[in-house]
Write a protein that binds this ligand. Structure first.
Ligand code: NAD
Length: 516
């Protein structure tokens, strides 16, 4: 047994993160509301019950919204760099709690400890980024067509930002949204996944400390631990100016329609169906590492996981054989043990979907070169461990067009790069894409307007993961939203054009005369 697992005690971790019996639920700042039903959080690592959590009921929901509205009236008046200072302090706290929070992420979600810690690092990085942005919320100034007039644009906060998140990034996505939302002067209400409520409560506890130490209104940050029905209320609520939704395309479609119906704003970060093109000019060693990590990392449960490999016919057999060999060496087991490569799926529903996808693929003609299976026996008691598998397919198979959130990798052969790009783009989703090539012409074509149609297009790195400095998100059924870096802060603000007349005349625009 590795040292990391031996030293891991969930009780101690929960205690260090301030998670007690009486505060396992919805909180606004330091106040707790829990009139709803009780849910249980089980670890996919060993199947053990981690804790019971009280959810919010309908009456709690309104209190949360009212406290957020009240806090917004105050928070919007704080200068943006001062709000940046609040986010800087959150980043400092996250550094302090990194080990415990990373462990909880790993144990409650099932990703490797390294990835759990990496997720917390991503939170720290986005806080640092947002602190800088808090001094750069700038708009354009432009020359007026009228004499003695000045024109400029400025950005104002929106109000309440509702954040609904998926299970697979149980802490990072909250901070991607909150760090920017707060420096922009908004207040946030977070509805985390029911599958990872403890991670959310831990984040809120950390932010509660910052709120208390700075004597801020509590409603700046809330976590709404609740089921999807309360999530739906957040989506439909006119008082919530922006809904930032991260999750499946199925739910995202509904969120998008309902928010648009009430003329609210939304940011949608939905499913991906990501491919790597492996050219005949690729560095094959690098390609294999990129493909295997992309396909089996987080047990295939990243929105950016590699689902398809589009391989040139000249190197197809070599890539296929080397993948087969690499998959034979994968160690599957407890993700807190750093010697393992692949951890569990989140729950039995995910295991069933994995099995269904394999069955469906076979029915459509998929030829499995590495077979999948649900693992049983010692170390696999949770029932959530599955074997990563590889199948040769046609891109047109229904199952290939669909995102299965599990480690199933599809191989597709191509002859010309134009054909490979067409295959890569011929799926409903448009999140992440990559080409492995040492040929400049190929790389540039892939990145050109005739190339990848995804929100992320990489050369000589895989599809999986992204740095926080760039805008993150995808096109088509991935939803079109952007989060994280670059100028994404603009999504969290409303834009206003101002014209000031400093003369004693009132000239109208476009030369129009209106004499009285
Ligand atoms: P999911 O769609 O099942 O759930 C996401 C969230 O939506 C959860 O908090 C859930 O409670 C909530 N929800 C469900 N029904 C709702 C409703 N009617 N109203 C309001 N909220 C509702 O997704 P999941 O299984 O948790 O996560 C996996 C999916 O998320 C994958 O498709 C993955 O690609 C996607 N994802 C995308 C990104 C991205 O940035 N593009 C990042 C992470 C995950």
């Amino acid at each position: 047994m590795s040292k990391k697992i031996k030293d891991f005690g969930i009780e101690k971790t929960l205690k260090n993160l301030g998670i007690k019996e009486e505060n396992r639920g919805t909180s606004v700042g330091g106040k707790y509301f829990a009139s709803g039903k009780t849910i249980e959080s089980f670890s996919p690592v060993d199947g053990n019950l981690i804790a019971k959590i009280k959810t919010s009921g309908e009456s709690d929901y309104d209190k949360v919204i009212e406290m957020a509205e009240k806090a917004f009236k105050e928070f919007r008046l704080m200068p943006a760099p001062k709000r940046g200072e609040i986010v800087r302090q959150l980043g400092q706290k996250l550094r302090q709690y990194k080990d415990d929070l990373g462990k909880l992420v790993s144990y409650e979600m099932g990703k490797s400890l390294q990835e759990g810690l990496g997720e917390v690092q991503e939170m720290i990085d986005i806080c640092d980024f947002a602190v800088g942005v808090s001094r750069q919320l700038h708009g354009y100034t432009m020359h007026s067509e009228r004499p003695g007039h000045r024109m400029y644009e400025q950005y104002h906060p929106l109000g309440i930002v509702g954040i609904i998140t998926a299970f697979n990034f149980p802490v990072a996505v909250w901070s991607w949204n909150t760090a920017l939302a707060w420096i922009c002067g908004n207040v946030t209400i977070w509805k985390p996944s029911e599958k990872t409520p403890l991670c959310a409560i831990a984040c809120q506890n950390i932010m509660n400390e910052v709120i208390k130490e700075n004597n801020l209104p509590e409603g700046i940050s809330s976590v709404l631990v609740a089921d999807h029905e309360i999530g739906q209320k957040l989506v439909d609520d006119k008082r919530v100016s922006l809904v930032s939704f991260t999750g499946s395309t199925r739910v995202g479609r509904m969120v998008s329609t309902n928010v648009a119906q009430r003329f609210g704003k939304s940011i949608l970060e939905l499913g991906g169906n990501n491919a790597i093109i492996i050219s005949k000019d690729a560095d094959i060693d690098m390609s294999i590492i990129g493909a295997v990590f992309g396909a089996v990392g987080t047990a295939g449960q990243r929105c950016t996981s590699t689902r398809r490999l589009i391989i040139h016919e000249d190197v197809y057999d070599e890539v296929k054989n080397r993948l087969e060999k690499a998959y034979g060496q994968l160690k599957i087991g407890n993700p807190l043990d750093e010697t393992n490569h692949v951890g569990p799926l989140i729950d039995m529903d995910a295991v069933n979907m994995y099995q269904e996808a394999i069955k469906k693929g076979k029915k459509e003609g998929a030829k499995f070169i590495v077979e999948g299976e649900v693992l049983k026996g010692k170390g696999y008691e949770s029932g959530c461990y599955v074997k990563p598998c590889i199948a040769e397919v046609k891109n047109s198979y229904e199952i290939v067009q669909h995102e299965t959130f599990a480690p199933i990798l599809y191989l597709i052969k191509y002859k010309t790069l134009e054909e490979a790009i067409a295959i890569q783009n011929d799926v409903p989703q448009g999140l992440s894409s990559a080409i492995m090539t040492q040929n400049l012409r190929e790389a540039e074509l892939f990145l050109s307007q005739a190339g990848s149609d995804c929100g992320i297009a990489n050369v000589n790195i895989g599809t999986s993961g992204a740095e926080i400095g760039g805008a993150f998100g995808g096109e088509k059924e991935t939803g079109g939203g952007r989060e994280s870096g670059s100028d994404v802060w603009k999504y969290y603000m409303r834009r206003q054009t101002n014209t000031i007349n400093y003369t004693a005349q009132l000239p109208l625009a476009q030369g129009i005369k209106f004499d009285l």
